[in-house]
Design a protein around this ligand. Structure first.
Ligand SMILES: Nc1ncnc2c1[nH]c(=O)n2[C@H]1C[C@H](O)[C@@H](COP(=O)(O)OP(=O)(O)OP(=O)(O)O)O1
Length: 174
């Protein structure tokens, strides 16, 4: 089954699927995170990303969101797709699929934007307590450059009802 088929397979009685991108920029010692300044996830540190627009590829969405949120540019070939995190939201009956990328090369001048305030963190100082509650489950897999397949069932204010997190061989984005 392709990524597209699998992530569109609403097997938990959800009725809407929303695709998001999330990219982590990393060098040998540090990871770049952004403090979300507004909207969904405000006050939390995270990688850079957002909703994939209609008629936009996931890859192009990831490049666009990184530029909008950090002023950095990555090329398609510099991005490595590692897998996805699926969130089934029991109250809104929505499924969010977050496609996760990592990149070690980039260009442009890092800048604070309307949405994000960026900061480099040493790998052993990643502020997991100020990130989404699930990030600590799967970000270590991303940092090892391994493939990721994670699924959460969330209720209310995103309380985890059920989860499965797998460290897998790096999949293809198809
Ligand atoms: N649990 C969960 N659900 C949805 N999205 C996420 C999580 N955990 C996460 O880490 N994320 C990521 C996925 C995206 O990178 C962002 C959310 O994107 P958002 O800011 O809502 O999308 P935009 O398109 O930038 O939003 P607006 O411009 O419409 O405000 O968090």
């Amino acid at each position: 089954m392709s990524t597209e088929q699998e992530t569109n397979n609403n097997n938990n009685n959800t009725n809407k699927t929303v695709k998001f991108t999330l990219i982590f920029i990393k060098n040998s010692e540090k990871i770049l995170l952004g403090l979300k300044k507004r909207g969904f996830g405000a006050g939390k540190w995270n990688g850079f990303g957002g909703k994939v627009e209609k008629n936009e590829s996931i890859l192009d969405g990831a490049i666009r969101e990184l530029k909008e949120e950090s002023n950095l540019t990555v090329t398609r070939s510099d991005m490595k797709y590692l897998g996805y995190v699926r969130y089934d939201l029991t109250e809104s009956l929505q499924t969010d699929i977050v496609y996760v990328f990592i990149a070690t090369k980039f260009s442009g001048n890092l800048a604070e934007t309307e949405e994000m305030s960026p900061k480099w963190f040493k790998i052993d100082e990643i502020p997991y307590d100020k990130m989404w509650v699930d990030s600590k489950d799967w970000l270590p897999i991303v940092l090892r450059n391994r493939g990721l397949l994670a699924k959460y069932v969330l209720s209310g204010e995103r309380d985890i009802q059920k989860k499965s997190v797998e460290d897998i061989d790096v999949p293809e984005l198809v």
